[in-house]
Design a protein around this ligand. Sequence first.
Ligand SMILES: *Cc1c(COP(=O)(O)O)cnc(C)c1O
Length: 360
Amino acid sequence: MERIYNFSAGPAVLPREVLEQARDEMVNWQGCGMSVMEMSHRGKEDMGIQTQAEADLRELMGIPANYKVLFLQGGASSQFAMVPMNLLRGKASADYLNTGEWSKKAIKEAKKYGTVNVIASSEDKNFSYAPTQDAWKLDPNAAYVHYTPNETIGGVEIFWTPETGDVPLVADMSSTILSRPMDVSKFGLIYAGAQKNIGPAGVTVVIVREDLIGQAMTGTPAMFDYKIHADNESMYNTPPTYGIYTAGLVFKLLKAKGGLAAMEKTNREKAGLLYDYLDSTGFYNSPVAKENRSLMNVPFTLKDAALDEEFLKGAKARGLLQLKGHRSVGGMRASIYNAMPVEGVRLLVEYMQEFEAKHG
Ligand SMILES: *Cc1c(COP(=O)(O)O)cnc(C)c1O
């Protein structure tokens, strides 16, 4: 069977070129006689793979030299705890923006370790927008400010970078990292689970400014201490070697394709196809405020929810899969990460038009 178009929110579509290269190298990596999966993480081959992946990520994102890049495990969900454990640094509280389901989870976890001030929330309108910075009640003494630049479930993206002065800015970039250029120097810490835009599930990327680590709270497990991972170059324990290798192939491919500016251009084109059509019809509806419409996750509803099942069935018949919206939102969601080809989005819009013509 030919490949389908996979609109899953995560684990998500990977570039075909990467899967094919991984296949070609699966049994015998570059003539060394073994698979990357079988290599010692302390051997020169695997260390070379990890060093190269880090170098390529640094180049792609323009990561300044005073930032550590860590390849960890435990997903973005572990970062919900690691961030407060490491960054509270004896301070009384941290500021959190609440823009949806992932923000809420981060807030809930952080409350176990300190006081959380919710500086603004869009819960009043069912998380369909992001409060602008003039509405944030920032505390100048906060240990850090945490926000979610792209809410994967609600499809709400923040395209501007908050100004937090001397208070470090922390971002859960799980579903927006590598989708467009970002000025890393504006952030104290960035984290992202790999399975949206980086590679297979199992790797978590953390980018952290050096001066923020080394002050973890008493009782922090070694595995949850950024300093320990940084001092050991992400090899304190066995890192997720195959996931790092695959992520490295993705980084190489993005570089060859023109880097993050090129990604942004294609991503705007893809999202534009969908949003333009959604705006042109009353048959479908986009629930998100225009200025916050995500480039990566596009939720939409059908005017008549009774047609949802049939819509999904017809989509599947055309090889357009994983379009069902998150259970907390309903309707549909098309996740169109870097690796989703423009053609996949074109076919989706074409199908939506035909479905409307038949049922509208
Ligand atoms: C997917 C996702 C998470 C959870 O990631 P895990 O790796 O499953 O822990 C957290 N935050 C955001 C924004 C996500 O998209």
